[in-house]
Design a binder for this molecule. Structure first.
Ligand SMILES: Nc1ncnc2c1ncn2[C@@H]1O[C@H](COP(=O)(O)OP(=O)(O)OP(=O)(O)O)[C@@H](O)[C@H]1O
Ligand SMILES: [Zn+2]
Length: 710
């Protein structure tokens, strides 16, 4: 992992950046931070012209000279400053590390061999991190399970029962070590998988737009971005207009209008429009850093189940404390009190749930499914209604042009295809890509010079050629919005629809110039996937599509869907989801397009296909990493299994520990046996939580050696 010398880079995140100014948030994981010293120290960093701190929200705002430094460098430097500005005497709250694990094991094994006078200091020294941690926890949160553990260890130490004290210390260290290693391995893998998928970028070379590998973009290039794509560079808008969603950078999901002179940030999303951007900051470093931040954030966000387990654990702490007090009062035996304190519910409740989530997320990622956080997994398990988009989801999205019919004798079918392709070539819509592919196959490569192209989501594209307006898109777009008469060709159009084809209408100069028919094929695994979903407890399966209703009905029939809605605008998709949700359905929406983003965001859980538009993959809670619809059923299966496992662990924890506690309170167990039983069962539950069942097969080898088998 990315550890800067002298500081934990994870303790500082970039909240917002524009060239010359960055807003950082620091964490106090290693104890409280003194605000003024941090501000003073930050102000002296190379290139920094001003530093302002807001300790309430732990924000540090730095203004700097972009020629001398950048946001990432500053983030690293501030992380390195943190340890030096911690409030004096504050003990580290960091959990015991593996060195703690080693030393506690050594202490446990060696203490019986040591001369008597050395045993207390050694045991005490090993327990100190635990005691300090508990002390801090007490100061912040009152008595928690850490407090109980510390009390148990202290009582054992006071009673010179070093075996009991050392056993507890070691087992606690082992538990934490296990949790951290599983957390780390899943975090690393998730980061690895979330690397930006944007591999090619349009840039200007002379007067021409060319597609080049993302790695070749240099500072000073003019980058072209269109609707639905993530801006790949930081820079200034040279031309064009667009609404850009900066949620990925600022966390606020508001659209901002961008035009000539505006600053744009990489990682933000063009919702609508087209921009030429002068690239000022390029490269993987910034993008990768941001994505890592994003994943980190989504990993620390606690799910409902996790919060519930934590809350229950906290509620049970006073109960255990009273039980220990009661047992002592009745028996006058400190051993009983220590024994009871050993066995509280928190460890298993608090550890097992996150471990189960992370290990499920890890397992899913290895099977090609990126689940963005525990909440997403939880919601997926709850989903009882699956709603699918058509193109690119149920179907392959690789459409084949079957017919090109021009109604103007001066145009050959190839001309028609090349004309459409000339205006479609900048878009990644499946229809656009099919037309461009067909144009290449004609061998003519005839390019019609056109003015700027306008992309109208869920409608099509429009531009101007030789002073005449050209539109390429859906029937609704051409007929109703553009007012072009298609009646003279009604018979032909009906025939093509009856053949199960998707049609693209081309209007030129206010007349219907031609139609292009495309054939879209179902994925070979779609039917089986839908059957599996039903077996997994999904009650309703629906289809929502922007395509024509005949085509949609035919598919719904073939797949045995419960319902289908066609000719939808993006907001229609979202409002159908809303209506269904209001009726109590827990909806998983599966889609791939720009037009699916509102529905993905509005559903209980959104799932984006691998080849989907950037906006779909960003908005979704679950992003598939393989172009395979079976992953949807795999994801559902993994989520169900994880939640089952969590429920089982929950029952086990409560059952086993209640038994142990009662036995300890009745004096039937010594502190050592309580510690062994309690921690042994906790570890057992933890290991159970770690079990990742293979979903189908392991198709993504992990980037590092697996630390532990389930
Ligand atoms: N780039 C484009 N070029 C031409 N037509 C387009 C384009 N984008 C959208 N359209 C037209 O608008 C219609 C609706 O588009 P939309 O993207 O909402 O759905 P879709 O791709 O047809 O199907 P689905 O909703 O199942 O993904 C399409 O069927 C097509 O006719
Ligand atoms: Zn319209």
């Amino acid at each position: 992992m990315n550890r800067a010398v002298g500081g934990d880079i994870g303790a500082v995140e970039v909240i917002h950046r524009v060239p010359g100014r960055v807003r950082l948030r620091y964490r106090c994981s290693d104890g409280p931070v003194a605000a003024q010293p941090l501000q003073r120290a930050a102000a002296t960093l190379d290139g920094v012209t001003a530093a302002r701190i807001n300790p309430k929200v732990r924000a540090l705002i730095l203004t700097y000279d972009p020629a001398e430094t950048d946001a990432d460098q500053l983030r690293t430097q501030v992380a390195a400053l943190l340890p030096s500005v911690q409030v004096k005497g504050a003990a580290p709250l960091a959990p015991p590390t593996s060195s703690g694990l080693g030393s506690s094991l050594a202490t446990l094994l060696m203490t019986p061999l040591l001369p008597l006078p050395l045993r207390l200091p050694v045991a005490l020294a090993t327990a100190i991190p635990l005691l300090r941690h508990a002390f801090h926890d007490y100061a912040e949160n009152g008595v928690t399970s850490h407090g109980l553990e510390a009390m148990a260890v202290s009582i054992s130490l006071a009673r010179a029962d070093y075996t009991a004290a050392n056993t507890t210390t070691f087992l606690l260290a082992l538990g934490e070590h296990l949790e951290h290693s599983v957390a780390r391995r899943s975090d690393d893998l998730l980061k690895h998988l979330l690397r930006p998928a944007c591999t090619e970028i349009w840039v200007m070379r002379g007067d021409e737009e060319v597609l080049i590998p993302a790695a070749e973009v240099a500072v000073g290039d003019t980058v072209i971005v269109g609707t639905g794509t993530v801006i790949p560079v930081d820079g200034t808008v040279l031309a064009g207009e667009a609404t850009v969603n900066e949620a990925a950078m600022t966390g606020e999901s508001v659209s901002v209008e961008k035009s000539r002179g505006s600053l744009v940030l990489s990682g933000t999303l063009v919702e609508e429009g087209r921009l030429s951007i002068y690239a000022e900051q390029v490269g993987r470093r910034t993008a990768a850093a941001r994505i890592a931040d994003y994943v980190e954030q989504s990993l620390v966000a606690k799910s409902e189940a996790q919060l519930e387990a934590s809350r229950l654990a906290d509620r049970l702490v006073p109960l255990v404390l009273k039980l220990a007090g009661g047992a002592f009062a009745v028996s006058g035996d400190w051993r009983r009190a220590a024994a009871v304190l050993q066995a509280d519910y928190s460890c298993a409740l608090k550890l097992a749930t996150p471990v189960a989530f992370k290990s499920a997320m890890y397992g899913a990622a290895r099977a090609g499914i990126l689940v963005k956080g525990a909440t997403a997994l939880e919601r997926l398990a709850q989903a009882d209604t699956f709603v699918f988009d058509k193109t690119g989801t149920l179907t392959t999205g690789l459409l084949q042009v079957t017919d090109a019919i021009a109604f103007d004798p001066t145009f050959t079918p190839d001309d028609l295809i090349c004309l459409a392709a000339s205006v479609e070539e900048h878009y990644f819509h499946p229809l656009a890509m099919a037309v461009v592919t067909a144009a290449r196959a004609t061998g003519h490569h005839r390019h019609f010079d056109h003015q700027e192209v306008q992309f109208i989501v869920a409608h099509g594209v429009a531009s101007v050629i030789d002073g005449q307006r050209i539109v390429v898109g859906s029937r609704h777009f051409v007929q109703e919005d553009e007012g072009i008469d298609i009646a003279p060709q009604a018979e032909l159009i009906d025939r093509l629809y009856r053949e199960g084809k998707t049609l693209l209408f081309i209007g030129f100069g206010g007349r219907l110039l031609g139609v292009i028919a495309l054939k879209d094929s179902l994925r070979p695994t779609t039917a089986a996937t839908l059957r599996r979903l039903r077996d997994l407890g999904v009650r309703r399966i629906l289809l929502l599509t922007g395509d024509h209703r005949d085509r949609a009905a035919e598919l719904a029939e073939e797949l045995g869907l419960d319902e289908c809605h066609a000719e939808l605008m993006p907001e229609d998709k979202a409002s159908i989801i809303e209506t269904l949700s209001a009726q109590g359905a827990r909806i998983a929406f599966v889609g791939d397009g720009i037009n699916d983003a509102p529905a993905l965001a509005g559903a209980h859980v959104g799932i984006a296909m691998m080849k989907g538009a950037d906006i779909a993959r960003l908005t979704a809670d679950v992003a598939l990493l393989e172009d395979d619809i079976e992953c949807v059923a795999d994801a559902k299966a993994a989520a169900n299994a994880a939640m089952d496992l969590i429920a089982t662990n929950y029952r086990l924890t409560v059952g086993l520990n209640t038994g142990i506690l009662s036995a300890a309170a009745l004096g039937m167990l010594s502190p050592v046996s309580t510690a062994i039983l309690h921690n042994g069962t906790t570890l057992g539950i933890l290991l159970n939580a770690l079990r990742t069942r293979p979903l189908r097969q392991d198709r993504h080898p992990p980037p590092q050696k697996t630390i532990m088998a389930g």
